[in-house]
Design a protein around this ligand. Structure first.
Ligand SMILES: NC(=O)c1ccc[n+]([C@@H]2O[C@H](COP(=O)([O-])OP(=O)(O)OC[C@H]3O[C@@H](n4cnc5c(N)ncnc54)[C@H](O)[C@@H]3O)[C@@H](O)[C@H]2O)c1
Ligand SMILES: [Fe+2]
Length: 382
């Protein structure tokens, strides 16, 4: 049988150290003359954001900044951002940051001209066709972490501040027109964010690789993405100024996000409710639950993980791969259990329902049920 599937890897990426200086060229290519620079509050005070604004100003593009972005951005941040965009008469967005700044910037560009509420564009069926594509502003993405891969993605994640539930908003035109991947921007990331975001990239590649759907391009990208994390995450955790390793981690992050078009799985299904309820860092939460999910999925993925292990130069097939993950986590200082992140079992019923309703649940190689999902949470919480 010949599979029938939709594939899309279309982002233009300018990749390399110092290429932040190409922001003005990127604006010209994207047809932006009055950009709104969107980032989170923390980054707005750092020299990398100032440098970007200086580059824009020197090129006559102004230095309009919107930085009212929370770590898990919500619809209030979005409303304020849209207001700033309209007030400033902007014609495009530069989304600068980790997943939070990137996603909010992308969603401002998407929503600034729509008439329906953001929740109408959740990634469900073909809801994205409800949007008017002619009023979506062009986006330039500049990642400052190496994890989410949002810089190459067609979705933005936004938290509903009333329910604390994260929603994925999807539209093909949320894809940035141009992405600048400049590893120099990630050099100042504190170790805990370096590790958390790096393990998010690993989880994306691993879950994409393990998901049962047909997508050989993603399969190839995912296994090389895992190798890049294996060889480079310990290096950047040890020495944050190792620019070459930082660059490889930026690649691994972008690769994880293009690969997860193939699907994610239970690592993310568990991590999303935990992040929503306990406000833990997304990537660090993933890092804690990876071994529990790997063991659970073993019957369905043993052979394919053995192939990945061989490519990653890890002896011992599935068991070797599992031990490698345990050792990597220990080396990076990732806690063993979710209880070490302050997660308890008191809201486990709610978390099970949320995990099963999460869009990633369907991509897990072993079917998730109420019983096995509860058991996964119990094992991961510890
Ligand atoms: N769009 C997607 O496909 C996608 C995928 C996964 C996760 N997400 C979302 O992304 C968010 C998480 O993103 P993240 O892990 O990149 O973290 P983040 O964007 O929340 O950033 C974490 C912290 O690191 C700081 N920071 C970022 N870059 C820095 C740098 N270079 N130097 C110093 N500090 C820096 C930020 O100011 C912030 O305080 C979550 O909201 C998650 O839901 C989106
Ligand atoms: Fe993730």
């Amino acid at each position: 049988m010949v599979p029938s599937v939709n594939w899309s890897y279309p982002t233009a990426i300018r990749f390399g150290a110092g290429r932040l200086s190409e922001l003005p060229v990127a604006c010209a290519t994207a047809g932006i003359s009055r950009p709104l620079f969107v980032t989170d509050r923390g980054l707005a005070g750092l020299p990398i954001a100032t440098r970007a604004l200086d580059i824009l100003e020197a090129a006559g593009l102004g230095r309009a900044l919107f930085a009212e972005v929370d770590p898990n951005p919500n619809e209030k941040n979005l409303a304020e951002g849209i207001e700033a965009y309209r007030r400033g008469g902007h014609d495009g967005v530069i989304a600068f940051g980790g997943g939070s700044g990137l996603d909010l910037g992308k969603l401002i560009a998407f929503m600034k001209g729509q008439t329906r509420p953001i929740w109408d564009f959740e990634d469900v069926d073909d809801w994205w066709t409800r949007a008017d594509p002619s009023v979506i502003a062009p986006i330039i993405a500049v990642p400052t972490t190496a994890g989410t891969g949002s810089e190459v993605g067609r979705a933005g994640v936004i938290t509903n501040s009333a329910t604390h539930i994260k929603k994925i908003i999807f539209h093909p035109k949320i894809l940035p027109v141009i992405t600048i991947c400049d590893p120099e921007l990630t050099v100042g990331m504190p170790k805990v964010i370096t590790v958390g975001t790096g393990m998010d990239a690993f989880a994306h590649n691993l879950e994409a690789f393990s998901s049962p759907f047909y997508h050989p391009m993603s399969q190839g990208i995912a296994v090389e993405g895992m190798r890049l994390v294996k060889d480079n995450l310990p290096r950047v955790a040890e020495d944050g100024t190792d620019l070459e390793a930082r660059a490889h981690m930026m690649s691994a992050a972008a690769m994880g996000a293009v690969a997860f078009q193939k699907g994610l799985g239970a690592i993310h299904s568990l991590s999303h409710p935990i992040g929503a309820i306990y406000n833990t860092h997304h990537g660090m939460t993933n890092a804690v639950v990876i071994p529990t999910v790997l063991k659970f999925n073993r019957p369905a993925i043993e052979d394919r993980i053995a192939k990945a292990a061989a490519y990653l130069d890890i002896p011992g097939g599935f068991d070797g791969f599992y031990d490698f993950v345990i050792d990597l986590r220990a080396e990076l200082g990732v806690p063993d259990k979710l209880k070490d992140l302050g997660v308890g079992t008191e809201r486990i019923d709610e978390m099970v329902d949320m995990a099963l309703a999460d869009p990633t649940a369907g991509g897990n190689p072993v079917k998730l049920t109420k019983e096995n999902t509860r058991a996964l949470f119990e094992a991961a919480i510890g």
